[in-house]
Structure formats: structure tokens, C-alpha cells
Write a protein that binds this ligand. Structure first.
Ligand SMILES: [Zn+2]
Ligand SMILES: [Zn+2]
Length: 126
């Protein structure tokens, strides 16, 4: 079951509602890769053809280090040749890969203003 959280910065007042964790639909490969860029989808499909298995997805509250926006970072994990691999989604606003994970204790400083970013539980999805 996934969680709905509100991520808000005490300094600049920026706030976003994010869906994190995993949901029921996540067993389906197409839904797992739906948040990925075309390039990443190709890479994941190729990995699957090479015998990758145990695909799973998890979503984390992230702050983009390029444009400062809050977004849900999707992390797709899988095993290939006995090794655990992971592919991360990009910032939906500016497509940067530079991100910082926001921890749920709300102690991660905002990359824009340096103040605390609070992560507040709102409920569940799925
Ligand atoms: Zn801020
Ligand atoms: Zn960005």
C-alpha cells in the first residue's frame, strides 16, 4: 500500500502532495515502467530480455537539485546476472537526474533555501 504525503518547505513555502511507496498495480511491468523516460523504458525492456527478474518499484519523495521542485522519484529495482540494479526516474519539470531524497523525519534541508522540508502523512492510496 502506498502513502500520500505532503512535502512542504518551512523556508520558501513550496509544497507538493506526493504519492510514495508502492501500489497494487505495481506487479504489472507496463505500469512499473510507465513513469520512465523512453530511453529508460528501452533499457528496462532490454534488461528484461537479457533475463532480468524480480522487478519491483518503490517511490520516494525527492527534491530536484537543478530546479528545486518536489516530486515523486520512482525507483525500479531488478536482478540481472545475480546483481541488484536500480533505475531512477527523472525530475518531471526539468528532466534532471540530480535529486536528493527527503527523509520522512523531515530533517532534510531544502536545496533552495536551506530550511527544513517537512514530510507529513496524509493517507494511503491504492
Ligand atoms: Zn525552501
Ligand atoms: Zn527539476
Amino acid at each position: 500500500m502506498g502513502q500520500i504525503v505532503r512535502v512542504s518547505c518551512e523556508g520558501c513555502g513550496k509544497s507538493e502532495e506526493l504519492h510514495i511507496g508502492g501500489g497494487m498495480m505495481d506487479c504489472d511491468f507496463d505500469s512499473i515502467i510507465s513513469g520512465m523516460s523512453d530511453q529508460q523504458k528501452d533499457n528496462l525492456r532490454e534488461a528484461m530480455h537479457l533475463g532480468a527478474k524480480d522487478f519491483s518499484i518503490n517511490r520516494h519523495p525527492c527534491q530536484c537539485q537543478s530546479c528545486g521542485s518536489f516530486y515523486t522519484g520512482s525507483k525500479v529495482s531488478f536482478f540481472l546476472d545475480g546483481e541488484k540494479k536500480a533505475v531512477w526516474s527523472r525530475c518531471p519539470s526539468c528532466t534532471s537526474f540530480k535529486r536528493r531524497l527527503l527523509n520522512k523525519e523531515g530533517t532534510t534541508p531544502c536545496s533552495e533555501c536551506g530550511e527544513k522540508v517537512n514530510v507529513q502523512m496524509l493517507g494511503f492510496w491504492d
